[in-house]
Design a protein around this ligand. Structure first.
Ligand SMILES: Nc1ncnc2c1ncn2[C@@H]1O[C@H](COP(=O)(O)OP(=O)(O)OP(=O)(O)O)[C@@H](O)[C@H]1O
Length: 656
């Protein structure tokens, strides 16, 4: 407790009392010191003792000086040495002292106990504030204790760290294997196999006839990530990797590999990058050479139709299936229709009860399950031939287990990395092929893999993207502006529902009708939605392909897979619900390296959500914001208002 250096003038009596008390205190202290000196010093406390001795000497000399009457040195000794000494000395006259203390001093002491206690003979120093009590008992009070660190919540792991958790280390520690460029398709003798692609002369010649002279696009470099993943830089090179992978050796070309079944392949590559040919060419090549003994060599179907065949078509079997291609894999894996995936996978193997792991008397297989319709062993599947009734088969301990030769090939522009969905496929040593254009030249393959893992999908390099933020009431006017001022024709316009499609088409027709003069034909827009019968849909698509229709207004029904080369614009009249949908919609243009534009009309209240969606996909800066003002829209307003009035009349009539 710090005390004023100079005693108050009215305290002369107190000063005398203080001096006597001090004498008594110092005497007691000397006696204690003597006693202590008589005791042997603790070796480990030697330093402390020296410091204490030094301090005691200082105190003493200070006290002596004060006793000699120097007011300055007395103040100094109080302040530096026995700091709380005067307070301790206040025994009898303390009440009077307290009354005589200046106001300021009382304020300072406000937190102290009212009745200071007398110093006991055993105490070196008077007790200070209660909080310092433990230090007062120590011969040399330690310096201020370091503050105890407050418990802190650990930093949350970054999204990228979380995304990589549980992934194979090999996926992250990628190794650059081979730089290359394009893979040209040279003509050749019918049966001559091309070394680089594994394609026969017959197929290459046929491709040339179709105008395909090279496996798609330039292969600037690709990285193979251990045996698990191939990461390919530069969009559109998927064929250059997948085709040789499936045709590279006689082993990979074999139809049946019951003891060494082929590894599965997962491909994530941008829209329009040629994924279809990447699997069609190897399949056709393998079947053309080795032929099939099945009635149907290639079955193209939806999961629903496949289930119908499995359940209802007599002798329908998948046990000799060589390739199971799941295109648009993320969407199909999201469909749980009749648990189709589990059923299809089960159908590629013979029924469990007759599996070759089962032992039977004398080693001869009995196949009771053969009576179970399509579930009986397939006579076309060599791997399971021994399970048939009429084939004598003696099982030995040396027999290796035979497996289905079915190789699964998964493709998508937005391939899922959802472990649960991938696990359901029971993939065999999968190889991932990720086609990705680098964001920067310095982008490492690890970052590329990370982008894939975090579902930051790659867009075609030839695509230009725009967004227009506007009030919902002016959206039709914006569309008309795009069509008439920015030449947005040969366009697909996506709405949120079949109903919105129908309504917008009507408004479009009325608008064109209001503007039309005798010279111009006007822009033709038609609806393509689930409301139409299949025949009508087909006819409309044909008219659009022939460019008799310039604008096709549709729901997300055709946001995947449709490949129409002349589509030069995609308009999202209603914003897509998620980034996956956005990727597939805009991917209907800018295909096969052609240029294309994507436009998204964003209502003001949706702007935040839409921008966040793009931001999360690291794509916000790619979408340019376009500002269209009243001056741009003004000339179109009269026709728009007239069209709106007509539409209201039609709907009013319909509802009455
Ligand atoms: N090697 C090639 N040379 C020239 N054109 C090609 C080549 N490969 C594919 N194409 C053409 O590129 C277009 C897009 O191919 P494809 O439909 O297979 O793309 P995709 O990757 O499956 O796209 P999506 O994910 O949108 O379905 C098609 O018109 C196809 O004919």
């Amino acid at each position: 407790m710090a005390q004023p250096a100079v005693a108050p003038p009215a305290a002369s009596q107190g000063a005398k009392t203080k001096t006597n008390a001090k004498k008594r205190y110092l005497k007691a202290k000397k006696e204690r010191r003597k006693k202590r000196k008589a005791l042997p010093e603790k070796p480990l406390a030697s330093e402390r003792t020296t410091a204490r001795k030094k301090r005691n000497e200082e105190e003493e000399s200070g006290a002596d000086e004060s006793l000699s009457g120097g007011s300055e040195s007395e103040g100094a000794s109080e302040a530096e040495g026995v700091r709380s000494f005067p307070e301790v000395a206040l025994t009898a006259p303390h009440a009077q002292m307290a009354a005589e203390r200046p106001r300021k001093r009382r304020k300072l002491d406000a937190g102290e106990p009212e009745e200071p206690r007398a110093l006991s003979p055993e105490e070196d120093e008077p007790p200070a504030k209660s909080s310092l009590a433990p230090c007062a008992q120590s011969p040399t009070p330690p310096a201020a204790l370091p503050a105890f660190p407050q418990p802190r919540r650990p930093e949350a792991p970054s999204k990228s760290v979380l995304a990589l958790q549980g992934l194979d280390k090999a996926l992250i520690e990628a190794e650059v294997i081979d730089p290359a460029t394009t893979v040209p398709l040279d003509a050749g003798a019918k049966e001559a196999l091309d070394e680089r692609t594994g394609l026969s002369g017959r197929i290459r010649n046929r491709l040339k006839d179709l105008g395909i002279t090279e496996l798609f696009a330039g292969l600037s470099r690709f990285f193979a990530l251990y045996r698990c993943t191939t990461y390919v830089e530069s969009a559109g090179i998927v064929q250059t990797v997948v085709v040789p992978l499936l045709l590279s050796s006689s082993k990979s070309r074999a139809l049946y590999r019951p003891y060494d079944p082929p590894d599965d392949i997962c491909v994530s590559a941008p829209t329009g990058s040629g994924k279809t040919l990447a699997y069609v060419l190897p399949i056709v090549e393998i079947f053309r050479l080795q032929g099939g003994s099945s009635k149907v060599d290639i079955l193209i179907c939806t999961p629903g139709r496949l289930m119908d065949h499995l359940n209802d078509t007599l002798n329908f079997s998948l046990q000799h299936l060589r390739f199971l291609v799941i295109d648009e894999a993320d969407r199909l894996l999201a469909q749980s229709f009749q648990n189709w995936l589990a059923q299809v996978l089960a159908a590629t193997r013979p029924p469990r009860a007759s599996d070759d792991t089962e032992s039977t008397a004398g080693g001869l297989r009995s196949v009771d399950a053969a009576a179970q319709g399509h579930a009986r062993p397939d006579s076309l599947a060599p791997a399971f031939l021994h399970l048939l009734h009429d084939i004598d088969y003696v099982r030995t301990d040396f027999d290796e287990k035979k497996e289905s030769s079915c190789q699964k090939l998964l493709f998508s522009a937005t391939l899922t990395r959802d472990p649960a969905k991938i696990a359901a496929l029971g993939l065999r040593q999968p190889k991932y092929i990720v086609v990705q254009s680098p964001k920067t030249s310095a982008m490492s393959k690890e970052e590329g893999v990370l982008d894939f893992v975090m579902e930051k999908f790659t867009m075609p390099a030839s695509l230009t993207e725009h967004m227009i933020v506007c009030e919902s009431s002016v959206k039709p006017l914006m569309l008309f502006h795009l069509v008439h001022t920015r030449s947005v024709t040969n366009a697909l316009v996506f709405t949120k529902s079949a109903e919105s499609t129908t309504r917008l088409v009507r408004l479009f027709e009325f608008f064109e009708g209001s503007r039309q003069d005798s010279r111009s034909k006007g822009v033709v827009a038609r609806a393509y939605s689930s409301d139409l019968a299949p025949g009508e849909r087909k006819s409309i698509l044909e008219q659009f392909k022939n460019q008799d229709i310039q604008i096709l207004i549709c729901s997300d029904l055709i946001s995947r897979g449709i490949d129409i080369s002349h589509v030069s614009h995609v308009v999202s009249y209603d914003v897509p619900v998620d980034f996956r949908k956005y990727v597939h919609r805009v991917g209907r243009t800018a295909r096969a390296g052609r240029a294309g534009d994507a436009w998204t009309l964003v209502e003001e209240q949706e702007a935040r959500h839409f921008k966040n969606m793009l931001k999360e996909a690291d794509h916000l800066e790619k979408v340019k914001r376009l500002r269209i003002g009243d001056t741009d829209l003004g000339p179109l307003k009269p026709a728009y208002e007239a069209a709106l009035t007509r539409l209201k009349e039609v709907y009013a009539r319909g509802s009455s």
